[in-house]
Design a binder for this molecule. Structure first.
Ligand SMILES: Nc1ncnc2c1ncn2[C@@H]1O[C@H](COP(=O)(O)OP(=O)(O)OP(=O)(O)O)[C@@H](O)[C@H]1O
Ligand SMILES: [Mg+2]
Length: 262
């Protein structure tokens, strides 16, 4: 399914500078429905900055964004949500002392016709979303601070997709998790893919994401080194892209590719 039809997201020739630093420099990346696109690169490569332009947290200096083939106006997070773009930051931004349902509806609480919080409706809705996403999740009454890392991650994902996200950005989703919880997040990602959601998976560790990703896009010094299907490149080749900026034959080179300069 990858590479066919209209991309869900196309970011074209995106640039942004902070003072004199070109954090993102002429970067282009796209994403298809049901696809996991891993955004890879060393610390400071520009991954988070590029994605913050998509999520409306930063305003780009140059470039354009297309959603479902149409040019999109994204100037703030509200605009991004309007296009079905949701972001899960590394910190997850959960409210620790309340339960899963309260987190799902944080800031968008359901109310009864008397104006009081409709806890029954919120819990029932939460059970529905979780049943689809992570059927083993049962701790609906616990404050999320008592949940495991993987369970917290599923609450954050449930919150993102419940409000009709079509495009999910996950910034270093497994960085703080153990192997078992990482496997749980992988299951969640597969479920989202099956639902046709497109996912940008950001990581500085290729081992965390290579098996989950359909494609990889490697950044270095704010520039795209190259983009490739994970079927067409090896892990070692992707490491070469990350470390040396060397673009292998199986990848489409970007402006940051060493071979394009040499
Ligand atoms: N708000 C900001 N003000 C100034 N410089 C910034 C800002 N945000 C990012 N930068 C700079 O832009 C560059 C890219 O940073 P970015 O956070 O996008 O990298 P990253 O690839 O996400 O790295 P990491 O793996 O560490 O998360 C860095 O040089 C960083 O210092
Ligand atoms: Mg980052």
């Amino acid at each position: 399914m990858t590479g066919k039809g209209t991309p869900l997201v196309e970011m074209k020739n995106i640039s942004i500078a902070f003072g004199g630093i070109h954090a993102v420099d002429d970067a282009s990346v796209d994403l298809y429905p049901g696809e996991v696109m891993a955004l890879l690169g060393h610390n400071g490569a520009g991954k988070s900055t590029l994605i913050k332009i998509l999520s409306g947290a930063y305003k780009r200096d140059a470039g354009s964004i297309f959603i479902n083939g149409e040019e999109a106006t994204i100037n703030n997070p509200r605009d991004a949500k309007h296009y079905g773009i949701e972001t899960i930051y590394q910190t997850l931004a959960l409210a620790d002392n309340v339960d899963a349902a309260a987190n799902l509806f944080l800031g968008r609480e359901l109310r009864t016709r008397w104006g009081t919080l409709d806890d029954v409706a919120m819990e029932s809705e939460t059970r529905k979303v979780m049943g689809r996403l992570n059927p083993r999740f049962q701790r609906f009454k616990d404050p999320v601070v008592r949940l495991s890392g993987g369970q917290r991650q599923s609450v954050a994902i449930a919150r993102a997709i419940h409000f009709n996200a079509r495009i999910l950005i996950m910034d270093e989703p497994t960085a703080a998790l153990g192997p078992q919880e990482t496997a749980q997040v992988a299951e969640l990602v597969k479920q989202l893919k099956a639902d046709g959601i497109g996912i940008f998976l950001i990581s500085h560790d290729i081992h965390d994401v290579f098996d989950l990703a359909d494609r990889v896009c490697v950044m270095k010094n704010g520039q795209v080194v190259g983009t490739a299907s994970t079927d067409d490149v090896t892990k070692d080749e992707v490491l070469g892209m990350i470390i040396l900026g060397k673009c292998p034959v199986g990848a489409k080179p970007g402006p940051g590719a060493l071979s394009a300069v040499a």
